[in-house]
Ligand binder design. Sequence first.
Ligand code: N01
Length: 501
Amino acid sequence: MTDTKSSPAPSKLEKENPASVIIIGAGFAGLGMAIRLQQAGVTDIVILERANDVGGTWRDNQYPGAACDIPSNLYSYSFAPNPDWSRSFSGSGEILDYIHHLMKEFQLQRYVRCGKNVVDVIFDEKSALWKATTSEGEVFTGRAAVMAQGPLSNAGFPDIDGIEDFKGHKIHSARWDHDYDFRGKKVAVIGTGASAIQIIPELVKEVDHLTVFQRTPGWVMPRPDFETPDWNKKLFRKMPAAQAALRQVLFLAHESMALAVIWSSPLTRLAERLGRWHLRNQVKDKWLRRQLSPSYRIGCKRVLVSNEYYPALQRKNCKLITWPMYKISHKGIRTVEGVEHQFDCIVFATGFEVSNAGTPFPVKGLGGRLLDDEWSGGAQAYKSINVAGYPNLFFMFGPNSGPGHNSALVYMESQLDYAVKGIKKILDGDLRTLDVKPKAQTQHNNAIQKRLAKTNWNSGCMSWYLTADGFNATMYPGFATQYANQMKTFEEDDYMVVPAA
Ligand code: N01
């Protein structure tokens, strides 16, 4: 594992001379960006990371049971395959090791500045440089900037009355307290989403009693999780083509799932039947089955995968509560029928703060325009990556780039390569600005929103994919292949190009 915790302070020279590219965030996206830029010959890079280590979501989400719900051979970079995945679905620790391995293999440490909490990112029109200011007042400048801070980087406590009054211990799934001893404790888990269904099976083994508060049941599918035999690892090491072929098979299998998850089709009904079979197979009690049966179309919320969640809920020391919560008291949680459930600890597996603005800090573009204001009605960008009026700025996991059925890293690779093309145009062509035309952006978004209207995500349930007004600025309404195809070409006609004076 690389030592990524200490980062040298920028020298005076670094502060005065702009980097070619500043990247905000050292998770999969930020590090992937640095690798692809480096491979394209751009090495004058600074990566600003607010934490003391790299890894993003996989550094933060270290709760018990944390794992990826996409097979590891697909949830990794195609340009950096790992023949040694221990399982088909690896745990978060192993994914973090993979990220540290990328650091070492591609010598990324030289770019990373840890402990740099960016508080604003402003385009300086005089110098045509992006300026990122940290909470300590340091300013980093770059001819191009890449926003790679991740959409799910801010843990969100829910807005439940009395949350501050609770006298016991509070833990958020994305900020796990590894020092807390759960043994002999009465514990509540609020939430039954992707994080909760991984935490519950582990926690129930440790605690005296676990109470799970469910607001909406999810669709839970079986998870084909296997240990990777040694011969398989050896084969992948000797014949990387075999691993690439498996990746392609996994990719195509996930692509076919789009037909079930994104749109309503006969495959959707088939997937729902599989989900109902999984529930019937694992839960014999009719009443519990009814409580766990979703009443919305599969795919509308993120589809969950677990073989352990339903059995965990049926352990003697576990209880599912579906009464809505009325408030949190100093001893526990009161539900609307007037019962107070008392706990030593409440685990909030309640998701993240996904603001309308899409960025956790102000971003100012041409003429002092504020991204927060422009996106207040819902974020939008051109091909998810550029925003008109914010020249030379590239968004990773920007608006409408989210997958519901395939690996996020497949989408990410397309974004990285697209951004490299744009950045190379700026640097090699000595451009002052490369700014997408508002018309191209509007046309792109009109088409996206039209297509989204026909998807399962917009079919009536509430999820973090939608804003409170029901606007979907999160998901891409199509196959990963379609997303990748649109990112293959850099349509220069869609951009306004201003050469350096
Ligand atoms: O968060 P969520 P998450 N009162 O928003 C409930 C990624 N991820 O951390 O469904 C009561 O999905 C809420 O209830 P409801 C993945 O992209 C990936 O689990 O809104 N309940 C829900 O049950 C995922 O989509 C992996 O009615 C409240 C839960 O809390 C994203 O992270 C693993 C409430 C929140 O579920 C977020 O997942 C884990 C309230 N006031 C996560 N507020 C991989 O394997 C919220 N809830 C890759």
